[in-house]
Design a protein around this ligand. Structure first.
Ligand code: BTN
Length: 258
């Protein structure tokens, strides 16, 4: 069962996941979590929905969460860190997402910079971290995670090949177990937010390094080859001119053969 009572029972004993706000249907769990955080909701507050009608992805894309077929959650965190370290929360969520999927679905995962969770080169999960700042410090972060469990969005709705856990693993995946496992891994890595190990583990999972890619960045479309990432989450992209450019935000895809 995917309802408030079953979720509350399954999450008992965890550090995060309380208070729990469950919605059979909602616009976007991130919007609700931001509203709660702005009204003072404590760290660990979790918003979970069975269905989202206006789910959001990065770069103002739509994120589809059909009823009963996906995991859509937003977790409020209030770590005492500098605003400049906010990308570590994205690393944390990506890493925890990979570990939870591998544990529950038994499928090998990789991350595509900055933080798409891939199985077999196709996207199965996405992360949208939205941070509020207070001067130079982080006030709160809403960590939004969406995982396709038994649904694959139609090709017209996505700009990267997509898949689902069940399609890739060939087994049924219980969303409650997946949620509990995911929160457990988030908790485990939360204590490492200020350590380099978190960055190293995130970096080790990145795919498409050295591949010919196109990165859609705020400064425009960049063509090149990723050579590495920096501890602040920036991608180091070798442009066709040979210059290595640091890219702080954007979306990356393989460059089609010409
Ligand atoms: C991306 O890959 O572009 C990020 C997708 C993030 C989707 C999740 S689903 C739960 C939370 N609520 C939202 O509206 N978005 C995030």
């Amino acid at each position: 069962m995917f309802d408030s009572d079953s979720l509350a029972r399954a999450l008992a004993g965890l550090r995060f996941g309380r208070p729990l706000h469950f919605f059979p249907q909602i616009g976007s769990t991130n919007d609700e979590a931001k509203r709660l955080a702005d009204s003072g909701a404590p760290e660990g507050t979790l918003v979970v929905a069975d269905e989202q009608t206006t789910g959001r992805g990065r770069a103002a894309r739509r994120w589809i969460t059909p009823r009963g077929a996906a995991l859509a959650l937003s977790l409020i965190l209030r770590p005492d860190i500098a605003a400049a370290h906010a990308p570590r929360l994205t690393m944390l969520a990506g890493l925890a997402g990979c570990e939870a999927i591998e544990q529950v679905a038994g499928a090998h995962t990789q991350l595509k910079w900055p933080n798409d969770v891939l199985i077999g080169g196709k996207k199965t999960g996405g992360i949208l971290v939205e941070a509020a700042l207070e001067g130079e410090r982080l006030k709160y972060a809403v960590v939004g995670i969406g995982i396709n469990v038994s649904c694959t969005p139609p090709p017209a709705e996505v700009d990267f090949p997509a898949t689902s856990l069940e399609a890739e693993s060939g087994r049924a995946v219980d969303r409650v177990t997946l949620l509990r496992t995911l929160l457990g891994h988030i908790e485990e890595h939360y204590t490492e937010l200020s350590e380099n190990g978190l960055f190293r583990e995130w970096r080790a999972r990145l795919t498409l390094m050295d591949a010919p890619v196109v990165v859609r960045a705020p400064e425009g479309e960049l063509r090149g080859q990723p050579v590495d990432v920096d501890p602040d989450g920036a991608l180091r992209l070798r442009l066709e001119s040979g210059e290595v450019r640091r890219v702080l935000a954007g979306d990356m895809r393989l460059r089609p053969a010409s």
